[in-house]
Design a protein around this ligand. Structure first.
Ligand SMILES: [Zn+2]
Length: 121
């Protein structure tokens, strides 16, 4: 169950429980979510401002990439993973535009990113 803060076109705010986000979307699309005060079905989720704990785990955890930096081996490695010759894992590395294009044409899922390697020491 999930509770949403809803707001109708007239600015009435109320809470309602739904089985899930998808449930809410389904009901909302069919116009079955209506304001408890005026009955209008022009209802939307109110903007919520969740309280964030000050001592939440810092960004540090997220910054550690769980990807393998293969550097200039990227095109070869991406190909090996695609064809099952290397263990499947997320990798990052460098590829020339031409190489990246070839990979994409072969159906290797690569995402070009503007990324610069950190200088090693
Ligand atoms: Zn209303």
């Amino acid at each position: 169950m999930i509770k949403f803060n809803l707001k109708c076109e007239h600015g009435h705010e109320f809470d309602s429980w739904f089985g899930s986000n998808a449930d809410y979307d389904k009901l909302h699309q069919r116009g079955l979510v209506s304001c408890v005060i005026c009955g209008s079905s022009a209802v939307n989720k109110a903007v919520m401002a969740p309280r964030v704990a000050q001592d939440a785990p810092s960004m540090e955890l997220r910054e550690k990439p769980l990807v393998d930096n293969v550097g200039q081996e990227f095109p070869a490695e991406a190909r090996k993973i695609h064809y099952g010759e290397a263990p499947e894992r997320p990798i990052i590395g460098e590829a020339k535009l031409e190489e990246a294009r070839e990979l994409i044409e072969e159906g290797v899922p690569v995402v070009p990113v503007g990324w610069k390697p950190k200088q090693a020491n």
